[in-house]
Design a protein around this ligand. Structure first.
Ligand code: G6P
Length: 608
């Protein structure tokens, strides 16, 4: 979703802003713009379309001279993705420019009020009210104007503000939308996430909600909402530039699929010492864990599907009721939650608006919160009672791969640790399952290596108008993620069903040649799934099964089989998803799709 960058220093700002915007492209956007101060004025350039177009228009920034500026990639919410609606927006007197990520919920009332005062609106955006408020409150001190403006805003916003009279000053404001400051030598920056900062600095300051910062080339001062300076710790960014680049792969998605053995190893290995699982801070005693009589998992998208898969392991190993609920439903669902509920919140970005809201709602009802998050210092990571980082490294492709499998790895580790501490997993079972977890990185590599035939399979399936993904129990959870991957990046209609549910309606859609991807990695239920395979084949379906290597039963039933190495049922979703990620990738490639930046989608969904 929208990306923000800001720079002030002794170098030309525009090329650095454009480079920062390029690094934020993965978040998803439909227009881009920059504003730079120089000679007492602000120059704005913006385009609908890609950052590349903005580079052409500005001759890679050369046409917009100046040493302080802000930039933006916009994912349209209020108003179509046109040049006019693109950010930055400029005040009527030309003295302020603003970029904004988030939604101003009271914009309609503010727009009416400002129009009545004579301000002329150029765009349909909610953002434009901010820049007119700045002008309205301006008495020559931009810091005061920023504070007064922010006091009028309701909603979520990360803002970058530029002022023509202060050619070496930037303001950055944060309320419920991510914004990070970067500290350089003789220059300073802000950005929506660290991927835009890592090539310039490794030193970051994470703003909290309600704080704003004044940046000059000489330093950064952070204030609370009443203008009092706040001491902020400087955090060292551990991601490097290479991690956020393609490294020879054609797409980030393929690179990230291939990184999964290492990412899952980073998520697991440092947390296992001498047969013990160590979960930074969440190593609660049996008595403390015993207080929880219910686990609720909440998340959006793939993170929710990771929760669906983990539910089986958590229930099997902890013997506590577990429910996985979509965050967008939970937040308005009047949930039955109290202080005996442990809420497990899963998010790659740590900034998903619905997930944050569901978490707040459950905390207000007394739940304790455990976050499983990739992005260090993100909102969810910071506001949970306990946080376990997934350590996947930067994930750039919009469709998550290593983000998802590392979430699963941490969730399975958590399930095993909790089950053992609660005394519900005996020593032998614990050792066997811990062994499975430790083997996962190698097995993921095997799953990748076993599937060199997938590009050829993709050629068979890529023209299908519709694909169905089926499975039972843990396999159903894998099928949900498999179908999501397919539709996200290939734009082919893909649906997932619990295999046993097919005949209650969906089987009516099966015709001659309809592809059905059947996940068969739950050995106890394989015969049941095979019955469903037989049923769809009888109606003409072409079945592609995902099964364990050496599975003989499946060969005679399915038209095609893709194999994964054998592992116990509970943790099998980590492996089952690998060939489905590859299948989605190669089908999308066959269809010439924009794999890393699929249309209409955003990496980090920071609005409701
Ligand atoms: C978007 C992304 C998905 C992701 C979901 C939740 O829809 O495209 O890949 O699963 O948001 O994001 P989160 O950052 O909370 O895991």
């Amino acid at each position: 979703m929208c990306g923000i960058v800001g720079f002030t220093g002794a170098r030309e700002a525009a090329p650095l802003l454009l480079e920062g915007l390029r690094r934020l492209e993965y978040r998803g956007y439909d227009s881009a713009g920059i504003a730079v101060t120089g000679g007492g004025t602000i120059r704005v350039e913006k385009v609908s379309g890609k950052v590349e177009k903005l580079c052409e228009k500005t001759r890679d920034g050369a046409a917009v001279p100046g040493f302080t500026g802000i930039g933006h990639t916009r994912w349209a919410t209020h108003g179509a993705p046109t040049d006019t609606n693109a950010h930055p927006h400029l005040s009527n007197d030309g003295r302020f420019a603003v970029v904004h990520n988030g939604i101003i919920e009271n914009y309609a009332a503010l727009r009416e009020e400002l129009t009545a005062k004579g301000y002329v609106f150029q765009s349909e955006t909610d953002t434009e009210v901010i820049v007119h408020l700045l002008e309205y409150f301006d008495t020559g001190d931009p810091k005061t104007a920023v504070m007064r403006t922010v006091a009028r805003l309701e909603g979520s916003y990360a803002l970058g503000v530029l002022c023509a009279d202060r050619p070496d000053t930037l303001f950055a404001v944060r309320e419920a939308s991510p914004l990070i400051l970067g500290i350089g030598v003789g220059e300073n920056y802000f950005a929506s996430d660290v991927t835009a900062l890592v090539s310039y600095t490794k030193n970051a300051v994470y703003l909290d909600d309600g704080e704003f910062a004044e940046l000059t080339p000489r330093g950064i001062t952070v204030y609370d909402c009443s203008g009092r300076p706040v001491e902020k710790p400087v955090t060292r960014i551990t991601w490097d530039v290479e991690a956020a680049e393609k490294g020879g792969y054609e797409h980030f998605m393929l690179k990230e699929i291939m990184e999964q053995p290492a990412a899952v190893r980073a998520a697991l290995a440092p947390r296992i010492r001498d047969g013990e699982i160590l979960l930074e801070g969440f190593d609660l005693s049996a008595e403390e864990l015993g207080r929880f009589n219910r686990l609720i998992i909440t998340a959006c998208g793939s993170a929710y599907y990771a929760g669906c898969a983990a539910k089986y392991a958590l229930e099997a190993l902890c013997r506590i009721p577990v429910e996985a609920v979509l965050a967008s439903e939970l937040r308005y669902g009047d949930p039955l939650i109290d202080d005996r509920t442990l809420l497990i919140v899963i998010s790659q970005s740590g900034e998903t608006a619905d997930t944050i809201a569901a978490m707040k709602e459950c905390r207000a009802r007394g739940a304790k919160t455990l976050a499983i998050v990739n992005v260090v210092g993100s909102t969810i990571a910071k506001s949970a009672d306990w946080t376990l980082y997934t350590r996947a490294g930067p994930e750039i492709a919009v469709a998550t791969t290593k983000g998802y499998t590392t979430q699963l790895a941490v969730l399975f580790l958590l399930a095993l640790s909790m089950g053992r501490r609660l005394g519900r997993v005996d020593g032998d079972r614990y050792n066997a399952l811990l062994g499975d977890l430790l083997r996962l990185p190698k097995l993921i590599q095997n799953a990748i290596d076993l599937n060199h035939g997938i590009p050829a399979l993709a050629k068979k399936y890529h023209r299908s108008p519709s694909l169905f993904f089926i499975g039972r129990n843990t396999d159903w959870a894998s099928a949900l993620e498999g179908a999501l991957k397919m539709k996200e990046i290939s734009y082919i209609h893909a649906e997932s069903y619990a295999a046993g549910e097919l005949k209650h309606g969906t089987i009516a859609l099966i015709e001659e040649g309809t592809p059905v991807i059947a996940v068969c990695c739950n050995e106890a239920l394989e015969d049941k799934t095979i019955s469903n395979i037989v049923e769809v084949k009888a109606r003409g379906a072409r079945v592609l099964a995902v099964a364990f290597r050496g599975d003989r039963k499946i060969v005679s039933q399915a038209n095609d089989v893709i194999y994964i190495p054998r592992i116990g049922t509970l943790f099998s979703p980590v492996l089952a998803v690998i060939p489905m990620q590859l299948l989605a990738y190669y089908v999308a490639k066959e269809n010439g799709c924009d794999i890393d930046k699929p249309k209409n989608l955003a990496k980090s969904v920071t609005v409701e």
